[in-house]
Design a protein around this ligand. Structure first.
Ligand SMILES: Nc1ncnc2c1ncn2[C@@H]1O[C@H](COP(=O)(O)OP(=O)(O)O)[C@@H](O)[C@H]1O
Ligand SMILES: [Mg+2]
Length: 252
């Protein structure tokens, strides 16, 4: 079976406001799925439900065919990387990555060795003993990714991880995330409101608007056949504008 995650009839209501309206979607094993939509459309709420930080109002989540809707976060084999890194500022890079492993019964005894290996994979070995404040935004985000990878999750969820970074760092980190996915064969659910990011990184894109799925398809199919006016305007027209301004910039 190739379905890593199946989400069925997912509904979430906050204070009578229906934030997620009957979502149905799947994420394939090893897939890079982006969730693309404007601020407030419900993206973070989906991630919080997937990882188990929020109990949905109704609906079911299956992982590898097993219902995990009511399982605690620690038993889901999912990791999350946030926009603001959420690193421990008083700890070195090494300690930040080791920290998560200390609470894992199986990995605890090898925490130093695993942390060193992962830090090397994300190219941060020369910064082992630095604290986060001494690193650039992109490096801090790589520490956050290393910390998540150290626990060897089946699925990594990213919540707008590039929002705080400048354009050049974003490009570099895009490549880094793709490289990591290929190396570790992790399934990725990646939230963004940036059309370019979604189109350059994803196997499929789930376009959302007001708690509903407008279209879920490959980048190619979305470009060829936008399913709704929203997809055409919010996704394709904006993407075209970005490309036009890039072309103009390069011509100068
Ligand atoms: N804890 C909460 N309590 C009440 N409303 C919330 C809460 N979290 C999010 N919302 C509302 O749910 C909607 C979707 O929010 P969110 O999932 O954060 O959107 P996105 O990540 O796409 O910007 C918004 O209208 C937001 O105001
Ligand atoms: Mg959000």
């Amino acid at each position: 079976m190739n379905e890593k995650l199946e989400v069925k009839n997912l509904v979430h209501v906050f204070n009578k406001l229906e934030v997620l309206r009957n979502l149905d979607f799947t994420v394939q094993d090893g897939e890079f799925l982006s969730i693309l939509g404007p601020s407030g459309c419900g993206k973070t709420t989906i991630l919080r439900i997937l990882i188990g930080l929020l109990r949905p109002t109704s609906g079911v989540i299956l992982k590898n065919g097993v219902d995990i809707t009511n399982r605690p976060p620690a038993s889901r084999s999912m990791g999350i990387v946030f926009q603001n890194y959420a690193l421990f500022q008083n700890m070195t890079v090494l300690k930040n990555v080791e920290y998560a492993l200390k609470f894992n019964k199986e990995l605890k005894s090898r925490s130093r060795e695993i942390a060193l290996g992962i830090i090397e994979q994300v190219d941060l070995t020369e910064h082992l003993y630095k604290r986060p404040a001494k690193l650039s935004g992109g490096q801090q985000q790589r520490v956050a990714i290393a910390r998540t990878l150290a626990l060897n999750p089946e699925i990594i969820l990213f919540d707008e991880p590039m929002s705080a970074l400048d354009a050049a760092t974003r490009l570099a980190l895009r490549d880094e995330i793709k490289r990591i996915q290929e190396k570790f064969k992790t399934t990725i659910v990646y939230i963004t409101h940036d059309q370019e990011e979604a189109f350059s990184m994803s196997d499929r894109i789930m376009v959302m608007h007001s708690g509903m799925i407008e279209q879920l398809d490959t980048p190619e199919n979305i470009i060829r056949r936008p399913a709704t006016a929203f997809v055409k305007e919010f996704v394709l027209d904006k993407l075209q504008k970005k490309i036009d301004s890039l072309v103009k910039y390069v011509n100068i």
